[in-house]
Design a protein around this ligand. Structure first.
Ligand code: AHG
Ligand code: MN
Ligand code: MN
Length: 337
């Protein structure tokens, strides 16, 4: 039997190769892993306990909060604020940056997360996920936290990843040294290395988009869809369409099978001209993962990781996936027709 490497062993091995590492990052990561196991346990018994449905509140995004959104958010904030290596957190569900309470030890890292992604799918037992991004603050830990410490470009991320609660629970992440996937073995309660060094195929044959919004799209976006449906592409046959409506799950499929996920800007809501997805807690972490796996992420034209964030909950159009597919889409957007 092949040796089974746990995610903690993997992190420790990585730490040994970096003589300057202090173990503080590993501590942070271990807390994320434990939170993921707790959320996973709750998700798998969602139909049995009273965690389905809405809380009755609306979050900072103007979206209705579900009980599991709130649960996952609480678990992450509670556990991570005590790990001693964070100076702040930011969540999709909280309007402002969450600073660590006075009296608790702090450190140099900042964690940004979407506690539960794809929450509209929860009650139907469809895959959902958690997305996270780790930054290191720029200013000294002793001083006040500045907004520029949090509003860093995605290219500055120290690590990023996601957990997908699907047919099995998987943790996929990068620390800038390739992308590795770990599957939770519920029998032993450990994430075991199941997908070392994931590489996304250079070209896929699946696209993923909510085509219900087509009447609100601009001309280049419609032309992109024509490209997928017509057979002029290198594959000489139409692409397949798959859309789960959980970004993590749609992205995870593309990471393994190839293809491209799109959430373009649309004209549905003049208050949200940049599309629906959030730069800091959704696009940036997945962009780091996809680039580390050999793929690309753009807003149609610009590299996601180069975008200077102006505010925490900034939204951005997202085109992410296989290199050749994203480049083809960029070409269409750049020609602007
Ligand atoms: P969240 O559940 O964290 O609010 O994110 C939902 C996002 C994303 O997961 C998904 O890709 C997208 O919303 C689906 O939106 P549409 O229903 O507009 O297609
Ligand atoms: Mn989300
Ligand atoms: Mn969410």
């Amino acid at each position: 039997m092949a040796p089974q490497i746990t995610v903690t062993e993997h992190l420790l091995l990585h730490q040994k190769r970096t003589p300057t590492a202090t173990g503080r990052f590993t501590r942070l990561f271990n807390e994320i892993i434990l939170s993921a196991k707790i959320i996973s346990r709750e998700v798998t018994k969602a139909g049995l306990v009273d965690v389905l449905g809405f809380t009755g509140d609306t979050n900072v995004q103007g979206e209705e909060v579900r009980k599991l959104d709130e649960y996952a958010n609480r678990v992450l904030i509670h556990r991570l604020s005590r790990c001693g290596v964070l100076c702040a957190m930011a969540s999709e569900e909280n309007a402002d940056v969450i600073e660590i309470a006075a009296g608790l030890p702090v450190g140099e890292y900042i964690l940004i997360f979407d506690p539960l992604d794809g929450s509209s799918n929860i009650d139907a037992n469809v895959s959902i996920g958690t997305i996270f991004s780790i930054l290191r603050r720029k200013t000294p830990v002793e001083g006040p936290l500045l907004s520029s410490d949090v509003l860093q470009r995605g290219a500055e991320q120290v690590a990023a990843g996601y957990i997908v609660y699907g047919s099995s629970t998987m943790l996929v992440f990068t620390t800038g040294d390739g992308v590795h996937g770990f599957t939770l073995d519920p029998g032993v309660g450990e994430f075991l290395l199941s997908h070392p060094n994931i590489r996304i195929p250079e070209q896929g044959r699946i696209y993923s988009v909510n085509e219900g919004y087509q009447n609100y799209w601009d001309a280049p976006t419609r032309q992109v869809m024509e490209y997928f449906k017509n057979s002029e592409g290198a594959r000489r046959k139409p692409y397949s369409l798959r859309y789960i409506g959980s970004l993590v799950a749609d992205f995870h499929r593309h990471l393994l099978y190839g293809g491209v996920f799109l959430y373009p800007a649309d004209g549905r809501d003049p208050k949200k001209p940049g599309g629906k997805l959030r730069l800091m807690c959704e696009a940036n972490p997945l962009a780091m993962v996809v680039e580390q796996a050999g793929g690309l992420a753009t807003d149609g034209v610009r590299r996601i990781l180069d975008i200077e964030p102006e505010h925490l909950h900034q939204r951005v159009p997202l085109v992410i996936g296989s290199r050749d597919d994203v480049l083809k889409i960029k070409e269409i957007y750049e020609s602007g027709s």
